[in-house]
Design a protein around this ligand. Sequence first.
Ligand code: AMP
Length: 277
Amino acid sequence: MKTFTTTAALQQYLQSLQGKTIGFVPTMGALHQGHLSLIALSLQQTDVTVCSIFVNPTQFNNATDFDKYPRTVAEDAAMLEAEGCHVLYAPENPAEVYDGYTMQTFAFNGLDSVMEGKFRPGHFNGMANVVYRLFDIVKPTKAYFGEKDYQQLAIVQAIVAPHFAGLTIVPCPTTRENDGLAMSSRNRRLSSEGRATAAHIPQILFGTTKQGFTTAAQAKAYAEAEFAKIQGLMLEYFEIADKNSLQPADTLNSHSRIFIAAFVDDVRLIDNIAFSW
Ligand code: AMP
């Protein structure tokens, strides 16, 4: 695997790959099997797989969250190498990543007014800018995004990718631990007790889809009551929304998706699943 810590060196290398398809997996590091599933798909579908590790300051609306975000680049590089990833772009200097780039204010057409956008002001504009910038640097043929961050995936597909002709966004299913908890870099900040508490999140989510509810209000009331029973788990939001528009749904159907954010041990966890029967 080739590792680049500056944009100029990466670009010079990528220019030498003329004619090859490039698969791109942008990450913030602290890699786990969820990230590696995206790398594996890219390796299957494209000639050269590029993974970026960049904890992007502009998408954190909370300085403590940014400071506490786990950084494990040496371990990450070893995992990528073992997976067969071809290129790691791990810029060391955020100013250099954005050198020559003018920050944009994106129009999100309502996709950012709900859920993560509502509770993390500015997050999606920061995210959209870094993804735009990284697409511009890497010029991928395909870029891989996890459904774990469903709203991010929807925004990248609808708002960022259309600026890049010939780019395909590939959605990837959420990888879960054996007890159902969605894999996340943030899970490693949980205490062992917190880790056990967090397992209730997928249990309640999947449990909610099995109650035979027909309206979102019924499902929401049930799930909120279930979450209230769990000590040490603080629900921030529970929403049922249309999988395309992300706007709140009233009636449950095959387009409905459940989205939640919850705190365990002061760690903010998110998850979402399809409302399938
Ligand atoms: P992050 O490093 O958290 O910014 O994530 C980088 C990419 O990996 C994003 O496209 C995420 O949606 C994806 N990802 C993170 N966790 C998972 C998971 N458990 N399953 C599948 N994809 C994931």
